[in-house]
Design a protein around this ligand. Structure first.
Ligand SMILES: [Fe+2]
Length: 180
């Protein structure tokens, strides 16, 4: 289950219904998938071959196809990041810059954990969404955000696209960004 931290006040939202209500108020799509179709190994592996990734997609086909049908996604893949990923720190540095896309950014966390830092409404400011296995989020198109790892430094996620070309990152300079 996702939890939220508001950067301006360091307040946390941890109750499921409050998390859902807050994300909905910010226009952020959220749902939680049942991952019981994955094997224990699939839930704990972060170095994946193409075949491992295909097997994960296959195990999650019902959830993926339902979401794709509801929200118009036509392509999907699996990404894995961990301390075994070459140049992980450099990659994270590149990730950790506020940016936008012309389509929404969808991630379904399959294993490990991650954080989306998202620009909220004017009264809210930037907030962190801490995501664990089963959490599915969509950051709306044109909404400033970035993604990073937790201290666990490992994540496997399904990405879904309407058009992969829409996922190009456009840097978003923002003096109001709250760093910590
Ligand atoms: Fe992004």
């Amino acid at each position: 289950m996702a939890t939220i931290r508001l950067r301006n006040t360091d307040a946390w939202i941890t109750e499921e219904e409050e998390v859902r209500a807050f994300l909905s108020s910010q226009g952020v799509y959220y749902e939680h998938w049942d991952l019981s179709s994955l094997t224990p190994e699939q839930s704990n592996s972060f170095l994946l071959s193409d075949s491992d990734k295909e097997k994960i997609l296959s195990a999650l086909t019902p959830q993926i196809e339902k979401l794709a049908k509801e929200r118009g996604y036509v392509k999907w893949d699996v990404i894995a990041l961990s301390s075994q990923t070459p140049s992980l720190d450099e990659l994270l540095k590149k990730f950790e810059q506020v940016h936008t896309h012309t389509e929404d950014e969808v991630r379904a966390i399959v294993a490990g954990s991650g954080i989306f830092i998202i620009k909220g409404s004017a009264d809210v400011g930037y907030f962190d969404v801490n995501l664990r296995a089963g959490d599915v989020i969509s950051v709306p198109e044109y909404n400033p955000h970035f993604f990073t790892l937790t201290d666990e430094r490992a994540v496997v996620a399904v990405r879904l696209f309407i058009d992969p070309a829409g996922w190009v990152a456009h840097p978003f300079e923002d003096a109001s960004f709250t760093k910590a």
